[in-house]
Design a protein. Structure first.
Length: 228
């Protein structure tokens, strides 16, 4: 049976298949979930996991508590072809453990809601700070950039969880190259025909070559000292 190590424990892996699969033991199918044993799919009953219930991902506290209370649990994974990686979909746990976890979560729901609200306010304040600092740096490097545009570039680059420049280590350190990359990307998409070229089937590298002079011209104009 396929397993993975999580910290100091071994986790059973249950696959949510992309294609229709049959159990190699009982021949029933298609099965919505299976485990792999010696490379062959087994349905959950044949893998002695049929007594477990599925808990979808999404509620971190419920998942953590159910896992802690369950004598046995199994992690459900599914292949994301676009990203070429396995992603967690939820957990199979004992029904009694899930019921206990639900009661525990219900008992402290108000306290957890208050904590989430505090965390949200803290994140919002941090997002505003990051955006303001990044806006100031854009205007320092490109003093003739319209202030509203600089703010829009910073806000776009600093979206939490986006992986964009404002959330990278270089962006947080206000690295000149990283900030310039964010401004260049904004000009490319907002001031040229780049997106239209891509939509018409032009390869990305060729589209960038076609609009490079135009982008450089806008950047040069924005780098010029601001006139009163």
């Amino acid at each position: 049976m396929d397993t993975a190590r999580r910290g100091g424990t071994i986790e059973i892996l249950v696959v949510k298949p992309l294609r229709r699969r049959r159990c190699s033991a009982c021949r029933q199918g298609p099965v919505p979930f299976h485990v792999l044993e010696a490379g062959r799919p087994l349905c959950l009953p044949c893998a002695d996991l049929g007594h477990l219930v599925f808990l979808p991902r999404g509620d971190t506290a419920l998942t953590r508590r159910a896992r802690a209370a369950a004598p046995v649990s199994a992690v459900v994974i599914r292949l994301n072809r676009r990203r070429n990686r396995w992603e967690r979909q939820g957990l199979f746990v004992d029904a009694d453990a899930l019921a206990l976890a639900e009661r525990q979560c219900l008992a402290d729901a108000a306290a957890r809601a208050a904590r989430r609200a505090r965390d949200a306010r803290r994140r919002e304040a941090e997002d505003v700070r990051v955006t303001d600092v990044l806006t100031a740096e854009v205007l320092r490097l490109f003093p003739s950039c319209p202030p509203a545009r600089a703010a829009a570039i910073a806000a776009h680059a600093a979206v939490r969880g986006s992986g964009r420049v404002g959330r990278t280590a270089a962006g947080r350190a206000l690295d000149e190259g990283a900030v310039t990359a964010a401004v260049r990307a904004s000009v490319r998409h907002g001031d040229t025909a780049y997106d239209a070229l891509l939509a018409s089937g032009v390869p990305r590298w060729e589209a960038r070559q076609r609009i490079a002079v135009e982008v450089d011209g806008v950047l040069a104009a924005w780098r010029a000292p601001k006139t009163v």
